[in-house]
Design a protein around this ligand. Structure first.
Ligand SMILES: NC(=O)c1ccc[n+]([C@@H]2O[C@H](COP(=O)([O-])OP(=O)(O)OC[C@H]3O[C@@H](n4cnc5c(N)ncnc54)[C@H](O)[C@@H]3O)[C@@H](O)[C@H]2O)c1
Ligand SMILES: O=C(O)C[C@H](O)C(=O)O
Ligand SMILES: [Mg+2]
Length: 557
């Protein structure tokens, strides 16, 4: 058997049957491909037809993953041409299924693995990529402690970094040759994985404390030293680490926590749209967050900051937020509250005569007492938003904003198909997962996807184009407003958020707003004369470079 030509194994350069005869000769591929020289469109049509032959989304995920590893341009062409259909396959919710199977189904690797047991290898692990200081725009890292709403998946969580990067490219044209996916393998507390013969990660419990902190510090300093222009995206860390890392390092490095900041901002977009319907201000809102972890408290932070901007004092804003977590309404007499919950804990005296079940003040009671204008679910507590909960929300206010945001599908607090009829069409709903429109009383209600995927790609692009030194609150707000500006939510049944179908255009608009905010906040290091053009030019397209007049580089077979 002869050796496989090297270029076939490089997904960034491989074009398979699209190599012309000249390219085949130049690359030593003569006679190594069937005669047909296909266009990218022809290849994409065949790949899509093959994809349609698979039944389950997980099979489609595996097929697309293999395509990703053979030919990146073709993969992104197929993904881009069918974005709304395929986003749920390469990303949430199917990526959650793939992660559960990851070690068992292990095929190949495109990530960098940093092990807590070998911190001395961090630098070498990046250096093996052979990339220079100007070659990297973006790194997505996860320690996989809280993957989506499915918990701790150790090294299996690698695919969340890969999935997020695929969305960055498909949605905002981040150049796929300039990104790195990283898994921080600090062990896992998932017993099932530890006992599984196929598990590929470190076989010990999660390391915490100083050694963990040292690995994070080493990661940040090494990545920034080697790739000084890269945006460092943090994904699916556990709640206390997520917040600690962001608080400690956001003024020092170019970091972004998607679950806190990206999710907070997409929720801001949903609320901005909702307030166009209720004709209220942020300062008038009463916010109830059910599931006060990384995402939920990130949202509370952004919404209370918006209350302050719209005229509330910090004390008034705080007094308009209620958190309900696993032990019921969060009050200041509870022991061991994490600091991110303490910030919003209600005075115990204020709720002394509220009804308690098993010592807890539950979600329904809190709604009845508080009459929230906004109810957010980030609890992973499936079906927690019962009919009684929805009815109580509607009894309190005319048009409640109800956002069941837990992912994946098996975790969502309620499905819009239930909330819309239960609220008689009054509730303003968006979800984290993609869902079909709901028909009710002769109206079709389109449900916006309040998933950070609608926001972070454009935010990342704007950060890269402006060379922002940090991701500021001003940039997050600009992104949220830019997303909301793309829809008119006021007709009955209209979505609160733009359609995923238009994600690429939407991301460009977001990027532009973010780049402007970066300059206004004084963190931009690049200020192109024509920002619109700079954003357009920065967006990578799924075409073979020769089509843009640039042939493939020389390479021995
Ligand atoms: N739509 C989006 O863009 C988006 C973004 C980030 C996270 N999320 C989803 O939000 C959920 C939470 O993610 P996270 O990263 O904040 O996780 P997390 O673990 O940090 O927070 C979850 C919180 O919910 C609480 N909780 C668990 N069970 C509960 C119950 N029965 N009742 C009340 N509270 C309960 C936990 O104590 C914890 O405080 C996940 O499902 C995730 O997929 C969605
Ligand atoms: O990944 C997603 O779909 C959104 C979010 O980051 C999550 O953790 O659920
Ligand atoms: Mg996440």
């Amino acid at each position: 058997m002869t050796a496989r030509p090297k270029v076939f194994a490089d997904p960034l350069r491989n074009r398979g049957t699209a190599f012309t005869l000249e390219e085949r000769a130049k690359l030593g591929l003569t006679g190594r491909l069937p005669a047909a020289v296909e266009t990218l469109d022809e290849q994409a049509a065949r790949s899509y037809a093959q994809l349609e032959g698979y039944e389950t989304d997980l099979e489609k995920y595996v097929f697309l993953d293999s395509l990703h590893d053979r030919n990146e341009v073709l993969y992104f062409k197929v993904l881009g041409d069918h974005l709304a259909e395929l986003l749920p396959v390469v990303y949430d919710p199917t990526v959650g299924e793939a992660i559960k199977q990851w070690s068992k189904d292990y095929r190949h690797s495109r990530a960098v693995y940093l092990s807590i047991d070998r911190p001395e290898d961090v630098r070498a692990s990046f250096e093996t990529l052979g990339l220079g200081p100007d070659d990297v725009d973006l790194i997505v890292v996860s320690d996989a402690q809280e993957i989506l709403g499915i918990g701790d998946w150790g090294v299996n969580g690698t695919d969340i970094s890969i999935g997020k990067l695929a969305v960055y490219t498909a949605a905002a044209g981040i150049d796929p040759s300039r990104v790195i996916a990283v898994n921080l393998d600090v062990g896992t507390d998932n017993e099932m994985l530890l006992n599984s013969p196929t598990y590929l990660g470190n076989r010990h419990a999660r390391v915490t404390g100083q050694r963990y902190d040292d690995l994070i510090a080493t990661y940040l300093s090494t990545a920034t030293d080697l790739f000084p222009h890269a945006l460092l995206h943090f994904e699916d860390f556990g709640p206390s680490n997520a917040r600690r890392i962001l608080d400690e390092y956001r003024d020092k490095y170019r970091i972004f926590n998607d679950d806190m900041q990206g999710t907070g901002a997409i929720v801001m977009s949903s609320v901005i749209s909702g307030l166009k319907i209720t004709k209220q201000t942020f300062a008038e809102q009463r916010l109830l967050v059910y599931g006060a972890g990384t995402a939920g408290t990130g949202m509370a932070d952004q919404i209370s900051a918006a209350m302050i901007r719209s005229g509330a004092s910090p004390e008034e804003a705080k007094a308009r937020v209620w958190l309900v977590d696993i032990n019921g309404l969060v009050t200041d007499d509870m022991d061991g509250l994490p600091n991110y919950q303490q910030a919003y804990a209600r005075p115990a005296a204020e709720v002394a005569d509220w009804k308690r079940e098993g010592g807890k003040i539950d979600l329904l009671t809190t709604i009845q007492q508080v009459k929230p204008t906004i109810l957010i679910g980030t609890s992973t507590d499936h079906n927690a938003f019962t009919e009684a909960v929805v009815e109580a929300m509607c009894a309190g206010v005319e048009r409640p904003i109800i956002l069941p945001l837990s992912n994946p599908t098996e975790r969502i607090e309620a499905m819009p198909a239930d909330i819309i009829p239960q609220s008689k069409g009054k509730a303003l709903v968006a979800t984290g997962i993609p869902v079909e429109p709901v028909e009710y009383d002769g109206v079709s209600y389109t449900i916006g996807q309040a998933n950070n995927a609608l926001l972070y790609p454009g935010l990342g692009l704007g950060t890269i184009v402006s060379g922002a030194r940090h991701v500021t609150d001003g940039m997050l707000l600009a992104a949220a407003e830019a997303v909301a500006s793309q829809v008119d939510p006021t007709p009955l049944g209209a979505s609160l958020l733009p359609d995923v179908e238009n994600l690429r255009a939407s991301s460009a608009t977001v990027a532009l707003a973010v780049a402007k905010a970066s300059a206004a906040d004084g963190v931009a290091t690049k200020t192109p004369d024509n920002l619109v053009q700079a954003v357009e030019d920065a967006m990578w397209q799924a075409v073979y470079p020769s089509a843009m007049g640039d042939g493939p580089a020389d390479d021995a077979p």
